[in-house]
Design a protein around this ligand. Structure first.
Ligand code: AMP
Length: 223
């Protein structure tokens, strides 16, 4: 395995995107850049920016493109991402964001590979209703696989809760937005020959293996 990769992970909420993005970042030794994590951290810190972001997040609405773009572009300019690459998780989420990212990167050879983690909607609905996350480090759990003790995170000791935007109404809103705004990204990236689809069902370790195999094969082809 050669360290360094530029990756975008697409997938519906609950497809396992966050979990797999963390694993891929570790595997390729690049930073994991999750816009959701960035906005949740800002919301927790209670800055004016964070308070504004949490108004959108609680309703399951998208944060305006100019705000998101500013945050992502600034992060991509940092040394680690510029040097080795990145795994982008939760961005881009609209064709407008993808166009801005593509334009900002410029060179065709520097454009990221995009993987779409495919999971049927009925399965993601079940997963989201059962999902629990650590408020400190963002580690994912579920009602079926809770932390070892009393909703205390196994990784960092933080409190494990249901995300505020994992209510039924907000989940439905986010899945509608996904169909409306994010699903068109799949054909957009396909046309640019930047996208591969990977089956997101089954054991998370197997899904990681599938992703790594797809990405490595693709990198070999790209030379
Ligand atoms: P996530 O953890 O990726 O599901 O993101 C949680 C929330 O953060 C979303 O429901 C949006 O409100 C906001 N958000 C994250 N990424 C973006 C993005 N690329 N564009 C707009 N809003 C975003």
């Amino acid at each position: 395995m050669v360290p360094g990769v530029r990756l975008v992970v697409l997938g519906k909420q609950g497809a396992g995107k966050g979990t797999q993005a963390v694993r891929l970042a570790r595997h390729y030794v690049v930073p994991h850049i999750s816009t959701g994590d960035i906005f949740r951290a800002a919301a927790k810190a209670g800055s004016p920016f964070g308070r504004k972001a949490s108004e959108f997040m609680e309703k399951g609405e998208l944060i305006p493109d100019d705000v998101v773009l500013g945050v992502v572009m600034e992060r991509l300019e940092q040394k680690d991402a510029k040097g080795r690459g990145y795994v982008l998780d939760g961005f881009p989420r609209t064709v407008n964001q993808a166009e801005a990212l593509t334009a900002r990167i410029g060179e065709v050879r520097d454009q990221p590979l995009v993987v779409d983690l495919e999971v049927p909607t009925e399965i993601v609905l079940q997963r989201l209703a059962a999902r629990r996350v650590c408020t400190d480090c963002g580690a994912n759990y579920s009602t079926a696989v809770p932390p070892k003790t009393d909703w205390i995170c196994d990784v960092c000791g933080g409190e494990v809760v249901q995300r505020e935007d994992d209510t039924e109404a907000a989940i439905r809103r986010r899945l509608d937005l996904y169909e409306e705004q994010t699903a068109p990204l799949i054909s957009w990236y396909l046309e640019r020959r930047q996208l591969r689809t990977v089956d997101g069902l089954g054991d998370p370790d197997k899904v990681t293996e599938r992703l790594v195999r797809t990405i490595d094969h693709w990198r070999e082809l790209a030379g």
